[in-house]
Ligand binder design. Sequence first.
Ligand SMILES: O=C(O)c1cc(=O)[nH]c(=O)n1[C@@H]1O[C@H](COP(=O)(O)O)[C@@H](O)[C@H]1O
Length: 240
Amino acid sequence: MSLPQTVTDSPILVALDYAERDLALAFVDRIDPRSCRLKVGKEMFTRFGPQWVHELQQRGFEVFLDLKFHDIPNTAAHAVAAAADLGVWMVNVHASGGARMMNAAREALLPFGKDAPLLIAVTVLTSMDADDLRGIGIDATPAEHAERLARLTRDCGLDGVVCSAQEAARFKQALGQDFALVTPGIRPPGADAGDQRRIMTPAEAQQAGVDYMVIGRPITRSDDPAATLQAIHASLREDK
Ligand SMILES: O=C(O)c1cc(=O)[nH]c(=O)n1[C@@H]1O[C@H](COP(=O)(O)O)[C@@H](O)[C@H]1O
């Protein structure tokens, strides 16, 4: 498949969390594929399917397919290969699926060679705190558990992890500079935190060594999304 893909070096991944396709498209048509990549998650993919991914790609956007696969190794591997067939730029699994699942997912991408998407794993969701972990039988703190899962992910040869920006500096030191860190919970100064708990500004996240920042509502709900994106990029340049 040859789809027009605009390469961008922006670290910003905009979380496209819309229930309505038309609203999402109206938003997408106001931003430039050179200014960010788009993250398609479970809500939009379940409603609008692979065709939605193709529509975004045809508009020049690179897509992070955020379906967080977590299944037996064979099923997870086939799902990751199906994502690669869609030509997405990044895909993810849950690290808690374990080493055999992550190895199977990585091996499923080998036939795609240099066209394979980046494969990352979710550690501990930024919405989970120590109480939530205790509820599922884990006594470690979120940061400790996330580091353990991130180490396992790196040892399985994946490209990186989704984690909290507050863990980034520690993870870069512990896991190496080349292991990509993708962090939600990013809020420009003054933006509403919403349901996110452990937040950082884009500039703070950059300082902490984050490679890609997932930002949703501060951009998608902005009156002028292109200007908000520009302002975030300006804050990152100033802080370099
Ligand atoms: O995998 C994710 O993207 C993700 C992991 C996580 O631990 N926390 C988290 O908020 N996310 C996603 O990141 C996005 C954050 O959106 P905003 O809170 O609107 O910026 C949403 O699409 C979440 O589903």
